[in-house]
Design a protein around this ligand. Structure first.
Ligand code: URC
Length: 319
């Protein structure tokens, strides 16, 4: 949240700015053992952007109805859309940094801004190419599955723009593991009705956020240290597949450790998870046989956890 000196909150801006940029620079990343992902041609580089500004100079627009310093949110939308064509890089974080820095240059009375985006994923369709199959470079399908995101906060300082906060994201992951998860040993008392489970079908909703040690690695994909959400997703799959989890709490911690080990350029990884474990209708005779489940009823449980590099050192009291 954007705040003025003295702690007063003041901001305004535009959300849901839908920007479909074509032919951004291609992104190439180092492969990791858990993922075949090596980059993106960025033929479609599309985002849903949210943008807001703050500053002492805007106070009278609220207190006195003085619009003389107000950049209309309609103009913000135009700025974002038009300037997106001038972005020469290949990452969402880079696009947001480019827009933020240009905006602060263009409007010197704005002190602080927040900009965030969800990447709108489009994947190439597979086409027959005379005997085989290949990925089209012309036709793409809109995906409504998990996607990347990023958020940045900037403040004008000493005439330049200073990055205050950076977070990248993988949002709306939905994964089901049909067996190999348990939940038992929890507090049992007069309020407990949940049976212990030694092998449950575990369905989780997951959002994963990460922060770089050096934000330049997120902003400039050419430095070779960009962490693509696709690799984060593949790491999460791999851990979910391979560990027997005693709880979602323990599962997200294991995924977080693996992410920090794989990507030494990150300082922090954060999780928000949601338990959507299917409700059992017909119990399977043994875990690998036919069962029938249905959607769980609300309310849903959730978990949150932030890991730092300390979580990788021995004797941190958490492992
Ligand atoms: O992985 C879980 N963690 C919990 O804290 C919890 N609580 C609950 O009812 N089911 C689960 N599952």
């Amino acid at each position: 949240m954007l705040k003025l000196r003295g702690g007063r909150t003041l901001y305004y801006g535009k959300g849901d700015v839908l920007s479909y940029r074509t032919y951004a620079a291609p992104l190439a990343v180092k492969p990791i053992p858990e993922s075949p992902y090596a980059g993106d041609e960025n033929i479609i580089f599309a985002h849903n952007i949210k943008f807001s500004v703050s500053g002492e100079s805007l106070l009278t627009s609220f207190t006195e109805g003085d619009n003389s310093q107000v950049v209309a949110t309609d103009s913000m939308k135009n700025f974002i859309l038009r300037e997106t064509s001038n972005y020469g890089g290949c990452t969402t974080e880079g696009l947001l940094a480019f827009l933020a820095e240009r905006f602060l240059e263009r409007y010197p009375h704005i002190d602080e801004l927040a900009i965030e985006a969800d990447r709108l994923p489009f994947s190439a369709v597979t086409v027959a190419d005379g005997g085989g199959w290949s990925a089209s470079d012309l036709v793409f399908r809109r995906s409504h599955n998990e996607h990347a995101g990023a958020s940045l906060r900037w403040r004008r300082e000493d005439g330049g723009a200073k990055l205050l906060k950076q977070e990248s994201a993988l949002s709306r992951v939905q994964l089901i593991k049909v067996r190999g998860s348990s939940f038992y040993g929890f507090v049992r008392d007069e309020y407990t009705t949940l049976p212990e489970s030694h092998d449950r079908p575990l369905f989780i909703f997951l959002d994963i956020f990460w922060t770089y040690e050096n934000a330049a690695d997120a902003i400039d994909g050419g430095r070779g240290k960009y962490v693509p959400s696709e690799q984060v997703h593949d790491l999460a799959h791999t851990v979910f597949h391979s560990v027997h989890s005693p709880s979602i709490q323990s599962l997200i911690y294991a995924i977080g450790q693996r992410i920090l080990v794989s990507f030494p350029q990150l300082s922090e990884v954060r999780f928000e998870s949601n338990n959507r474990t299917w409700e059992t209708v017909v119990e399977p005779a043994d875990p690998a046989s036919a069962g029938v489940y249905t959607e769980p009823r609300p309310p849903y449980g959730f978990q949150g956890f932030t890991l730092t590099r300390e979580d990788l050192s021995e004797g941190n009291g958490r492992t």
